[in-house]
Ligand binder design. Structure first.
Ligand SMILES: Nc1ncnc2c1ncn2[C@@H]1O[C@H](COP(=O)(O)OP(=O)(O)OP(=O)(O)O)[C@@H](O)[C@H]1O
Ligand SMILES: [Mg+2]
Length: 501
């Protein structure tokens, strides 16, 4: 079949990095084509070249027989290609309606925007495309991470494109939202729309994709039919080696409670949460997106104000009203919205990693630079952070590599309690395992770890004990032996809860 999109011999070099080195990418009409590869393999760069955001050093882009090289992003969009980029950019104080129709506002003549019509259409499109009941007057910054993502998808689909590129769309979405998105993608496919789909979740690839192109270090590895492939086979192609032990579980000796949380409350989102975390323990917190897990750990970390509740660290009552106070008590939080809250993109990899633990590195007031550099180098190596050097600015790293920097920052620190909120979203398979290993090291060194995750295999594979949350409450506590996927889902969906309002 003639290709709809044909990218040939694409090369793109950034200072110190060859992101793409002669990549070919060909998509036929009506297929869902996965683009796969480790963090930094070059996926997003290829997409940004297609979008007209980057100019390739070499190579051609042909869409429906027309050469796209040199077109602006607006001109590319006008050809019927829409993008959901990995890094979502939006203006925080813009309303949902403004965001959806930015640059395409309905007019009532004389250059004036027809606001009532814009908001009416916004409401209609939100419902029509993804069945979203979001107020179009709400400012973007008031939405949750997943709502923002769904607005971004709606925005791309409003234009009725013939080719849609999703760069890691499901990271912030709940199971239900992912299902809804997949139903939409399948419907689009049946209408003849073509899709390019980037994801680190192979189950998604097997669920919806027809073919897959694998990149490694900016080069083509192969293009294959998904139905002829296996997950392990694809991992081998991506990583270049066999991955054993997906969840290296370290059984540390479990000691005294290191963190005790009692009756934590915030409005309707967190209701009377109490639990203990012990030294050497990985405590999993499972729940569906929206169950209040992120909100709950933010209260422990002092990032939001609690209505009530008390916290003890090593048996001593402490007052935590700000992240600073939490850090001073030895509590660290690796946030879910890592790009927003986790890294300072205008700083180097090294500065980002050592920032919270500078105390540990300074000797008599000045930083012991060699030791610090060695520690950072070590993380770069262990997590396979793709960067030309540790003095490189974080903003130049690929999405997944930025996340690895945030994680190193806390894995490197000396916190007693480390809370990870969805730590492996957007992280490639090889690095996931390394992150699990580092969590194991934290607990064997005597820290306690809280692992908030929506990935059942991850929670089951790593936790010593699991709490399940539903609508702001803890609805079950399961030991490692008791926990099964069915049980987790049962409680996460409100099973066994008599009265919940
Ligand atoms: N604007 C930029 N300036 C400098 N280097 C860049 C820039 N954009 C990407 N790179 C580098 O190019 C390489 C490929 O990055 P790219 O973002 O395409 O990876 P990716 O496959 O999308 O990874 P991920 O799965 O982490 O999103 C990386 O080494 C990255 O650091
Ligand atoms: Mg990317």
């Amino acid at each position: 079949m003639a290709a709809l999109l044909e990218m040939k011999g694409i090369r793109k070099e950034f200072p110190g990095v060859v992101a793409l080195d002669g990549v070919d990418f060909s998509v036929v009409p009506g297929e869902i084509h996965a683009l796969l590869g480790e963090n930094g393999a070059g996926k997003s760069t290829l997409i940004k070249i297609l979008a007209g955001l980057y100019t390739p050093d070499r190579g051609t882009v042909v869409f429906r027989g027309e050469q796209l090289n040199g077109l602006s992003p607006q001109q590319v969009q006008a050809r019927g290609i829409a993008f959901i980029h990995q890094e979502r950019a939006y203006i925080p104080y813009f309303t949902v309606g403004q965001t959806l129709f930015l640059g395409r506002e309905p007019s009532r003549g004389a250059g004036l925007i027809d606001w009532p019509r814009l908001y009416r259409k916004a409401s209609e499109e939100l419902v029509r495309i993804l069945g979203l009941e979001i107020d179009p007057h709400a400012p973007m910054e008031s939405l949750t991470v997943s709502e923002k993502q769904l607005v971004d998808i709606t925005k791309a689909l409003i234009t009725n494109p013939s080719l849609i590129v999703f760069d890691e769309p499901t990271g912030p979405l709940s199971e239900g939202e992912i299902e809804r998105l997949f139903a939409v993608i399948k419907r689009l496919k049946s209408q003849g729309v073509t899709v390019v789909y980037i994801s680190h979740r192979l189950d998604e690839v097997f669920q919806i994709c027809d073919r897959a192109t694998v990149l490694k270090d900016g080069k083509n590895v192969t293009t294959l039919e998904v139905k002829d492939a296996t997950p392990d086979g694809i991992v081998r192609l991506m990583v270049g080696k066999e991955l054993k032990e997906k969840f290296p579980k370290v059984v540390a000796s479990i000691g005294d409670p290191i963190l005790e949380v009692s009756n934590l409350c915030r409005g309707h989102v967190v209701r009377n949460v109490s639990f203990k975390l012990r030294r050497g323990e990985i405590l999993g917190i499972y729940g569906l997106v929206g169950a209040g897990r992120t909100e709950m750990v933010r209260l422990v970390f002092g990032a939001d104000k609690k209505d009530a509740g008390s916290i003890m660290v090593e048996g001593v009552p402490v007052i935590i009203n700000s992240p600073r106070e939490a850090i001073d008590q030895g509590i660290a939080l690796v946030p879910e919205d890592r790009r927003g809250q986790g890294v300072i993109v205008e700083m180097s990899v090294r500065d980002n990693v050592t920032l919270p633990s500078l105390k540990g590195f300074s000797r008599a007031g000045f930083v012991a630079s060699r030791r610090e550099r060695a520690a950072v180098q070590n993380f770069v190596k262990q997590l396979n952070i793709k960067t030309p050097g540790i003095d490189h600015f974080v903003k130049y790293l690929s999405g997944g590599n930025q996340q690895k920097v945030v994680l190193s920052k806390w894995l490197c620190g000396s916190a007693k309690v480390v809370i990870f909120d969805q730590p492996t979203i957007g992280i490639d398979v090889g690095a996931k395992t390394e992150i699990y290993r580092l969590m194991g090291k934290l607990v064997s060194d005597g820290a306690g770890v809280i692992l908030v995750s929506s990935e059942i295999p991850e929670v089951l594979g790593l936790s010593d004990r699991i709490l399940v949350m539903y609508r702001g409450r803890i609805t079950a506590e399961l030991s490692r032996e008791e926990a099964t996927p069915d049980r987790l889902l049962f409680y996460a969906m409100g099973g066994g809860v008599a009265d919940v309002q």
